[in-house]
Design a binder for this molecule. Structure first.
Ligand code: SF4
Length: 355
């Protein structure tokens, strides 16, 4: 589920997001519930996992969130995750989220260095993060992810190490460590195009290796190129996505894939609300899929994970697989081909060898 509202818009963000008042959010939730009614009539399944993302769904007023959760969580989902911005976490909200069936919170920390947070245009402080994390624990959350970003302009290696150390000191069950990317149509993209900021591939690789080393030493296992978890705390939702399972997306900009059908809702909140209020589907774009294309996606995503892919998928290219194994970039065991942490750095290029 995609909620497009954020308190402010971060200059690196390419998601479909905008600001909005509490009453606009309530109207949006009405539309989202209508979309859910239509989609669940067409696809009457009990989803195993639910991901309330955005945007900043934790910004929703509690009454609106309650209506949403009661409609989307009528059964015991195996995993229900809510994305939260540290500044939006209050004791009242955290208790209500828990009581309404949210079992996992993904906290948008990004950095524990005030200067890096300022560069990212984030308004929260390292103190906000600590307070929010404690509030979530007090409310009974035993499954918390912290989202971190590296290779931010001006971020030093020492700053990254301190952020990793501070994040681990909080003791989350899961850590996501993403490399900053310069997405088109963002102020960051323009700053790079104007030569104000430069990407430094060597620095990014070094920071990726630092994250891998420090997190593994602390007992977190990398199960996808950007995701680490303590044993038994890997995200079920993420894993389903990487395995190529079907999914339904709700909200403007959300994408759904069911069998060989894929569609994406247009990125336009007003049109989304107008269509659903008029008893119609939101404006959508359809993307034709084939079994071959879905299989290619499974291979691409699978190579980014520690589960790897069935060796049978690349049986026609054993020479390339052998060369990668000899270079220490891949392993082949018990019918599974998987990239090593170093190999995962090159996952997209390696996938090209097998497609
Ligand atoms: S809070 Fe997250 S979703 Fe919202 S603008 Fe910033 S990066 Fe994008």
């Amino acid at each position: 589920m995609h909620t497009p509202f954020c308190a402010t818009i971060c200059p690196y963000c390419a998601f479909y997001v905008h600001t909005g008042s509490a009453s606009e959010m309530r109207v949006f939730v009405d539309a989202l519930l209508q979309e859910w009614e239509r989609v669940s009539r067409d696809y009457p399944v009990e989803a195993e996992t639910l991901y309330l993302g955005g945007g900043t769904p934790s910004l929703l007023p509690l009454d609106a969130f309650r209506r949403l959760a009661e409609a989307l969580l009528p059964w015991e989902a195996r995993e229900a995750t809510l994305e939260a911005n540290p500044r939006t976490v209050t004791p009242e909200k955290a208790s209500a989220w828990r009581e309404l069936g949210v079992g996992r919170v993904s906290l948008g920390v990004q950095s524990l260095d005030s200067a890096v947070l300022r560069t990212l245009g984030r308004r929260h402080t390292p103190e906000d993060v600590k307070r929010a994390f404690g509030t979530l624990r007090d409310a009974g959350f035993t499954n918390i992810n912290v989202d971190l970003l590296f290779a931010v302009p001006g971020q030093s290696r020492a700053s990254w190490e301190e952020t990793l150390g501070g994040a681990m000191a909080l003791g989350p069950e899961h850590v996501s460590a993403y490399e900053l990317t310069y997405e088109e149509d963002t102020p960051f993209f323009e700053a790079r195009a104007a030569g104000i900021w430069r990407e430094d591939e060597n620095r990014s690789i070094e920071m990726y290796r630092t994250a891998w080393r420090l997190l593994e030493e602390a007992g977190y296992r990398q199960y996808e190129i950007s995701n680490y978890a303590r044993p038994d705390w890997a995200s079920l939702h993420n894993q389903g996505y990487w395995k190529g399972d079907d999914y339904l997306g709700l909200g403007p900009g959300a994408c759904s894939t069911v069998g060989l059908r894929r569609w994406q809702n247009r990125r336009h909140t007003e049109k989304y609300i107008a269509a659903l209020s008029a008893g119609q589907d939101p404006p959508r774009e359809q993307e034709p899929l084939s079994e071959e294309l879905r299989q290619r996606e499974r291979l691409l995503l699978g190579l980014r994970t520690s589960s790897g892919i069935p060796a049978a998928w690349i049986a026609g290219n054993s020479e390339a697989a052998g060369a990668l194994t000899r270079q220490g970039l891949a392993e082949l065991s018990e019918g599974t081909f998987r990239l090593t942490p170093e190999g995962r750095l090159l996952a997209d290029g390696i996938a090209g060898l097998f497609l």
